[in-house]
Design a protein around this ligand. Structure first.
Ligand code: GLA
Ligand code: ZN
Length: 673
């Protein structure tokens, strides 16, 4: 069995992508000296090095990589070794131009960047397997090797290819998934607009069409594309397992909902030995620390609650957003430790030394262009020391308070064309529900709709358009057995083939919610309504309204105006030993708080209203102890009450009663046993 943490690493992982091939060897000595100064424990090497390792087909130049790995090993630094299969060399494309991917519009991409790959291409698959085999043979027993890093960020920049090779591959996939052309016709509803197929040969990828293409075909193509990438990951992984037994294999995910939307990470999480994630702050005016917490919680959940690893983030600004602000003093450490609080076994960066050339030369690094006489470097060194101190949290698990149901496949289906309102955005709903729970100081696990939810007192379902019959039954039995469920509008509408569940909306969730929806009436752009609550108080709502007919549920909030005036807006259904809430309109995170507060009462969750806003309190717990991470994202000192006395690890002082956390600072308390 492969290990599930980096082999031979006894501390938290701290380091970054190390690309020594961009520098003369004279710089390497300085690199390792600085790595030791900063307390670097592991670096990722060789991710884009295919052309340098195999300059001509079948002839290898491993010498430089031997020297890099030996040097790192001599300095006690572990290696996360890349298979460079995201960047095939120029010679490969000259021989196999057909391996360049084709867009939906029929345009073939060119060489000269990275990630230009048709993942169905037999030539690509063969070449990737060959370089992976060579690397595994050469380095599988190297003493520095801690982890294999397969490929890079599957799913970006190209998530699907629409070429003829993919068309043939898609037809095979359809046959495995559906069994016959008749079954495909049925699942896709091809009776509509006369799209019936007589044979697989007639079926193509969902290429550019004059108007909306078949939605179920598009949904299946996303599944096919995801599965095709996974096939290629699994092929490389199996080679590495075979030739380097015991060494864990990972590939870096991008779970943040804004950063990669094309992979079903529930499936990917099962295939890797260690879940790793890349996370970059999106500076679009929203609260970045909340988005970070959400991505970290989602990553931990993809790992099934087990420890995972933040494999990339940035020391300061990135270079691919419209505007790329520098991080504020202390922000890098807060970001890093927020990931650790939520289960990461360290904090790694893109990249070690800032490049002088190439596309990412303005992306911040651990060793910036400014050199070591710089704020970034001083903060890097300080973070390395802090992570060194926190080694004892390794192996402990983050303790969740509630769960959010999330499903990439539902998101894909929801995102197809011609929906009741283009203003309804499943990701935005997930963000808002998460933000509201974050502000209630609840740590959130994410769960697949068919997962066992019984451990959670509270489960929220922000936007789950596609709900299988099995998932509907799962949510129902969760409530019957005592759970508290909160469901947002336009959930439970279609099955796995984007077919509307028979009968009134929301087909898969009617019973658990105790209601039907006769019709929806989305609002105009910028339009809003008000809903009135039990105490006569009122909340603003927008985007969506609908005509709810209670069938067992009680009405708690009512539309005060708008198309659904006088009708139920928020309902509550007692079922078995539990309760199911339904929110039929869009409430922002602040307005949602009112509903979630009531749901938390149903769920018996203690209020944490004494904790200040933007002060994050997260627990990791395990054999080595019980750790409270307190992150102060505000500009003022915060006081946090402790349930038990303990020792603050970063300052080494006793903590009792109240913990004072300076503005922008992080404290980690090991509570007394
Ligand atoms: C991604 C990639 C890295 C680098 C960073 C920063 O996470 O994996 O190679 O491009 O983004 O932009
Ligand atoms: Zn293709």
């Amino acid at each position: 069995m492969p290990e599930t943490t980096p082999h031979g690493l006894r501390r938290l992982a701290f380091g970054g992508d190390y690309n020594p091939e961009q520098w003369p060897e004279s710089v390497w000595q300085e690199d390792v000296r600085l790595m030791r100064e900063a307390g670097v424990t592991m670096v990722s090497v060789g991710i884009f090095s295919w052309a340098l390792l195999e300059p001509e087909p079948g002839s290898y130049t491993f010498g430089w990589l031997d020297r890099v790995l030996d040097l790192l090993h001599a300095n006690g630094i572990r290696v996360d070794l890349g298979t460079p299969t995201v960047a095939p060399p120029a010679w490969f494309y000259r021989a196999h131009p057909e391996a360049l991917p084709v867009t939906r519009e029929g345009v073939r991409y060119a060489f000269g960047s990275r990630g230009a790959i048709c993942h169905s291409s037999p030539a690509y698959r063969e070449a990737a397997a060959r370089i992976t085999t060579e690397l595994a043979r050469r380095y599988g027993t190297h003493p520095a090797l801690a982890l294999w890093h397969v490929h890079n960020e599957y799913g970006v920049p190209v998530s699907a290819c629409y070429c003829d090779t993919c068309a043939a591959h898609f037809r095979r996939w359809l046959d495995t998934a559906h069994g016959s052309v008749e079954a495909v016709n049925d699942a896709w509803g091809t009776a509509f607009w006369g799209q019936r197929y007589a044979s697989y040969e007639e079926i193509d990828p969902p290429r550019l069409t004059p108007t909306v293409g078949n939605p179920a075909q598009q949904l299946d193509y996303r599944r096919f594309a995801d599965a095709t990438l996974r096939e290629n990951f699994v092929r490389e992984r199996d080679i590495l397992h075979r030739l380097a037994p015991g060494i864990p294999v990972t590939t870096n995910f991008m779970t943040a909902l804004s950063q990669c939307d094309s992979l079903d990470y529930w499936s990917w999480g099962r295939e890797v030995d260690l879940v790793t994630n890349d996370h970059y702050l999106i500076t679009d005016g929203r609260r970045t620390h909340v988005n970070l917490a959400m991505a970290a919680d989602l990553t931990r959940s993809v790992a099934g609650g087990a420890p995972w690893l933040l494999l990339e983030h940035s020391t300061s600004g990135v270079s691919w957003q419209p505007r790329n602000p520098a991080k504020r003093p202390g922000e890098m450490a807060r970001n890093s430790l927020a990931h650790v609080a939520r289960g990461s076994e360290g904090a790694m960066f893109f990249q070690w030394r800032q490049s002088r050339r190439g596309a990412e030369k303005f992306h911040s690094s651990m060793v910036p262009h400014a050199g070591t006489d710089s704020r970034i470097w001083r903060e890097v060194v300080a973070l390395g020391a802090d992570l060194g101190t926190l080694a004892e949290v390794r192996g402990t698990r983050t303790v969740p308070d509630a769960a959010m149901v999330w499903d990439w496949q539902s998101w894909w289906a929801q995102g197809l064309e011609w929906r009741p309102s283009e203003d309804h955005d499943a990701r935005e709903r997930a963000d808002s529900f998460y933000e509201s729970l974050y502000d209630r100081h609840l740590t959130v696990d994410f769960a697949h709709p068919e997962a066992d939810l019984s451990a959670y007192p509270l489960v929220v379902v922000p936007a789950l358009y596609l709900v299988t019959e099995a998932a509907g039954l799962n949510l129902r039995s969760y409530v019957e057995n005592g759970g508290t469920l909160v469901v947002s509008y336009f959930s439970g509408i279609v099955d796995e083939h984007d077919a509307v569940h028979p009968g009134a909306y929301p087909g898969a969730l009617r019973d658990v919610l105790g209601l039907t929806v006769e019709e929806w009436s989305p609002l105009g752009a910028g339009e809003s309504v008000r809903i009135t609550g039990p105490a006569g108080d009122s909340l603003p709502a927008d985007v969506w309204t609908e005509f709810v007919v209670p069938r067992g549920a009680e009405t708690v909030w009512t539309y005060a105006d708008g198309p659904a005036v006088g009708r139920p807006a928020v309902t509550r259904h007692r079922l078995g030993r539990g309760t199911a809430w339904y929110v039929s309109t869009r409430l922002d995170a602040t307005a949602l708080d009112t509903v979630l507060r009531a749901a938390c009462e149903d769920a018996g969750i203690d209020s944490r209203d004494t904790l200040p806003r933007d002060v994050e309190v997260v627990r990791r717990s395990g054999e080595s102890g019980d750790y409270l991470f307190v992150l102060n994202h505000t500009a003022d000192e915060a006081k946090v009450p402790l349930d038990a006395p303990g020792t603050e690890l970063l300052g080494g002082e006793r903590a009792d009663g109240q913990l004072a956390v300076p503005a922008g600072a992080v404290r980690v308390v090991r509570l007394d046993a």
